[in-house]
Design a protein around this ligand. Structure first.
Ligand SMILES: Nc1ncnc2c1ncn2[C@@H]1O[C@H](COP(=O)(O)OP(=O)(O)OP(=O)(O)O)[C@@H](O)[C@H]1O
Length: 225
């Protein structure tokens, strides 16, 4: 796939696949193109060229959207709504949502369920965003830096939920800058640099000579484009 924004080539011939029932991690420097890829997969952006199929259908098609979930990096759009109202609204968009109260319990949202979204702390917003991604019982969920800024306990809770989703058959595609997290969670890793995949494999395959972080540093330049 290729995606350009004016003079910037965000995705530059990126080719990858993510398997059913697996956790796939996208690693790469700031600006490598990870969020752009997720935006294309979820119908929020369109490739200039290339083919992108999600659950076997063209990305963004009406048959795909009810079957996927998205936890974006930030959701300014929700600012005034209370956390609980937001989740009930999102649940109402799906035919067979998870019970909202179960997710509120699972993610520890109860103490701030009545707080407007914009007044939540960053980590509290992350919890609500993750609940929103899972609420429609997606077959495939996109998590864009799901644990960025979380405290250690919240990070472990997120890891547990992500692995539980995978174990229940959900395909997970996540981005992270945390190599420990990637090594802990990912069944498969793609390292992206400059809008293309520079290395792919299991954590064991990529870290064969050393750590995943060493592999990341070897396969990325981080050079601005
Ligand atoms: N809407 C947009 N308009 C213009 N340029 C954009 C837009 N979205 C992304 N870009 C550019 O595309 C490139 C890839 O950005 P992207 O957000 O996909 O990177 P990323 O890998 O997710 O980075 P990070 O790790 O910092 O979240 C960057 O150079 C960015 O400035």
């Amino acid at each position: 796939m290729t995606v350009t924004f004016g003079q910037t080539t965000a995705l530059d011939g990126l080719t990858l696949s993510a398997a059913d029932g697996r956790i796939t991690a996208l690693l790469g420097p700031n600006g490598a193109g990870k969020t752009t890829f997720i935006r294309c997969c979820t119908g929020l952006a369109e490739p200039n060229s290339g083919t992108l199929r999600v659950l076997g259908m063209p990305a963004g098609s009406p048959g795909v959207l009810p079957r996927i979930g998205l936890m974006p990096q930030s959701t300014g759009a929700w600012s005034g709504i209370r956390a609980g109202e937001l989740l009930r609204y999102l649940a109402s968009l799906y035919a067979n949502p998870q019970p909202v109260d179960d997710l509120i319990d699972l993610l520890g949202i109860a103490p701030f369920v009545s707080t407007p979204y914009r007044r939540l702390s960053g980590g509290q917003q992350q919890a609500v965003n993750l609940a929103g991604a899972l609420i429609g019982r997606p077959e495939l969920v996109f998590l864009d830096e799901p644990t960025a800024g979380l405290d250690p306990r919240a990070r472990r809770l997120t890891w547990d939920l992500v692995t539980a989703a995978r174990d229940a058959g959900v395909a997970v595609l996540l981005t992270t800058h945390d190599m420990v997290e990637a090594a802990q969670l990912a069944d498969h890793v793609h390292i992206i640099d400059g809008g293309r995949v520079t290395a792919s494999g299991t954590v064991a395959e990529l870290a064969v000579d050393d750590s995943l972080e060493t592999a990341y540093l070897r396969h990325t330049t981080g050079a601005a484009r």
